[in-house]
Ligand binder design. Structure first.
Ligand code: ADP
Ligand code: ZN
Ligand code: ZN
Length: 656
């Protein structure tokens, strides 16, 4: 008697495919094949899929002799079990993707196991020293381990010792014989952090993140499956770690956008964590100094238990934050910023300058005819990189030399406005020729280890000024940094996205939380053309509560989250006409099905990316499950030309 297996493939078809098991591929003793990968013929191709079911009889709607045999079984032991399969099916259902697309995001892809390279030595004495918790910390651990929950939020300023609370909760849970997942944003997974945790959890720790090779991920995955690891540290996708007896998930820096996946399935680690914790009767602790508006709203509603840390472990006062109105200034550096740089460096202390924009300048336009230069593949203004001697598109990488005159009318009255880190560096050298400034951004750190080296040199005091994009955040913890300047807050604030104010508020609060950590007299200067904007004015006043209340009201007025929920459908195609028509068709279908609150169809703010035209449709809803069903119906029945790709985003983080 033959065996029949149904396989899910990582393709956007919401179904499984049946194959027969050829002689010789069966497992000894009839061990289960569910959870293993298999290679199978698919059209004229060969695809690897995951086995979801096995039966002794073929499905009723298929004739046995039409069923093709699969080619071979890839794994010697399954990658997942029945509860994991259920998680995958839930993910596919919730985020509207196929089971295979869900599994593709959840599972390692490696074929052969490969050991992780050894990190730090096993017995560095320094880190073992058990710390005595402060009263605040001790109460927090007690509440998290004893109260019902199951969702907790550890809110406290940077330096209030949240990490130690997380780790003691983890140890408490492990002592009860259960296991823990500790999630951090990718960027926070530094060598120091990994080393410190490995020394604490020894061989019972596993590590999952995107810098491992697929084979290394497979090794870690199997260790977790075999129960050898009780503490899993990792970035976003580690939320799927196949732990038995899950007791706790920790989600550090909850507000970070990187917890949301940028491709199908567009899952949010917080949502998955909540689902897993509810189903597996585990606890979830989120933590941050700046909760997302959604998390804050849930705390107000009582769905998440707030646990506060108010004191800073080592004392330390918060710096004064001042807003500089750039409408009264004519230069890149305001008089105030120049004066403070002179003062702070004169006293032997250090400065960090922050600008969320790489390159030298951007926005090339012609004052004679109004021409604006954008990437030929994308609709986005190109950035001039002086060091590379050309213009670069930050979305698709297209390069072109800068024009000598307006490409449209030939006028010489054309040029760039707006500046990036390269230009700030040049201006620093002009204004302060005696100061040593290091620049840290993706262009200055193309060589591996370069960023780490620059930060180390800054730590040792070899530079007085560290200038860069978000990457300089790691230097913020140094005791001699007395001044943080945000060269232009408007680059973050003016993004055409509903979360821009929230992101700006969090950025400023995080930056200033770090700046004053070790000393008094710290200063944060924020240059802006919009000093009256709530996100800036309330951050400068350390008035988090008012910001959340106002921002929630602003969102309520436009029926955006957290008051409502959003779905976003994006249609992309090489031909604009097709993207637009597909979007209009979907809008018509959804309206016909009873969906009332559609925004669009309209062009996406990023209207063309890498030659793909993008149109979108935003659906605001209070009736989540009904809207969900209508979108499923639309996806399954819409007639799209093969040149159009449809992206579905549930609870989008960004609508660019
Ligand atoms: P947060 O995560 O809230 O920003 P950290 O966990 O980084 O704060 O803690 C700040 C610093 O205080 C760290 O260097 C940490 O090692 C130290 N620390 C935390 N708790 C204690 C404690 N109970 N006793 C002494 N030092 C502590
Ligand atoms: Zn012109
Ligand atoms: Zn481009």
């Amino acid at each position: 008697m033959g065996k029949y297996l149904s396989l899910a493939f990582n393709i956007p078809l919401d179904r499984t495919f049946t194959y027969s098991l050829p002689e010789g591929e069966d497992r000894k003793g009839g061990a289960p094949l569910i959870g293993c990968r298999a290679e199978a013929p698919f059209g004229r191709k060969k695809l690897t899929g995951w086995i979801l079911d096995e039966t002794d009889t073929p499905p009723e709607d298929l004739e046995a002799d039409k069923i093709k045999p699969l080619l071979r079984i890839v794994d010697s032991e399954p990658l997942f079990d029945a509860p994991f399969k259920e998680l995958a099916l839930w993910l596919a259902d919730f985020y509207l993707c196929s089971p295979g697309e869900a599994l593709g995001a959840m599972l390692p892809g490696g074929r052969r196991e490969k050991e992780l390279p050894a990190m730090g030595s096993e017995d560095d004495p320094g880190i073992h020293a058990a710390v005595t918790l402060t009263g605040d910390q001790d109460r927090a651990v007690g509440r998290i381990l004893r109260e019902e929950g199951p969702f907790f939020y550890l809110k406290g300023p940077t330096g209030s010792g949240k990490t130690e609370v997380f780790l003691q909760c983890a140890e408490g849970v492990i002592r009860e014989g259960k296991s823990v997942i500790y999630l951090v944003p990718e960027i926070a997974l530094t060598h120091q952090m990994v080393d410190a945790l490995r020394q604490r959890f020894k061989g019972s720790m596993a590590l999952l993140h995107s810098h491992l090779t697929p084979s290394q991920r497979l090794t870690e995955w199997n260790r977790i499956r075999r129960g050898e690891a009780l503490f899993v540290l990792g970035a976003r996708s580690a939320v799927f770690a196949p732990l038995d007896k899950l007791g706790l998930i920790i989600l550090d820096e909850e507000h970070e956008g990187s917890y949301k996946a940028g491709s199908t399935p567009r899952y949010h680690a917080r949502q998955v964590a909540m689902y897993r914790c509810r189903r597996e009767k585990a606890r979830l602790i989120m933590g941050s100094a700046t909760p997302s508006l959604e998390a804050w709203h849930s705390m107000e509603e009582g769905a998440i238990v707030p646990v506060n840390l108010t004191e800073r472990v080592g004392g330390g006062v918060f710096p004064r934050i001042r807003l500089i109105d750039m409408r009264r200034e004519s230069q890149l550096f305001s008089d105030d910023l120049i004066r403070e740089i002179v003062r702070v460096t004169g006293e032997g202390d250090q400065v960090i300058l922050f600008l969320n924009r790489r390159g030298f300048s951007y926005n090339y336009s012609c004052r004679s005819c109004g021409y604006e230069l954008v990437c030929r593949n994308c609709s986005i203004p190109m950035t001039y990189h002086k060091e590379k001697g050309g213009m670069v598109c930050h979305y698709c990488g297209y390069r072109t030399p800068p024009p000598a005159a307006c490409p449209d009318c030939g006028s010489l009255d054309a040029g760039f406005s707006g500046f990036g880190t390269e230009q700030v560096e040049e201006e620093m050298a002009r204004l302060f020729p005696h100061l040593k400034t290091a620049r840290l951004d993706r262009d200055s750190t193309t060589k591996k280890g370069e960023g780490k080296r620059v930060i180390e040199q800054f730590r040792r005091g070899e530079f007085q000024v560290l200038l860069g994009t978000q990457m300089v955040a790691k230097g913020l913890n140094f005791p001699r940094v007395k001044l943080v300047g945000i060269v232009l807050a408007d680059t973050t604030l003016n993004m055409p996205d509903f979360r821009s104010p929230e992101r700006t508020f969090a950025l400023i609060t995080q930056v200033s939380g770090r700046a004053g950590r070790y000393s008094s007299g710290g200063e944060v200067l924020i240059q802006t053309y919009r000093p009256e904007a709530d996100a800036l004015a309330l951050a400068a006043a350390y008035d988090q509560e008012s910001f959340y209340v106002r921002e929630r009201e602003n969102r309520r007025l436009i029926s955006f989250p957290p008051a409502n929920r959003l779905y976003r459908l994006v249609f992309r195609s090489r031909k604009e006409e097709e993207a637009r028509k597909a979007c209009e068709r979907a809008a018509g279908m959804l309206e016909h099905a009873g969906e009332k609150d559609l925004l669009g169809p309209s062009e996406c703010p990023l209207a063309v990316v890498a030659n793909n035209h993008r149109w979108h449709l935003i659906i605001r809803t209070e009736e989540f499950s009904r809207t969900h069903d209508r979108i499923v119906w639309c996806r399954d029945h819409i007639d799209l030309p093969s040149s159009v790709y449809m992206e579905i985003d549930v609870d989008p983080q960004s609508i660019m």
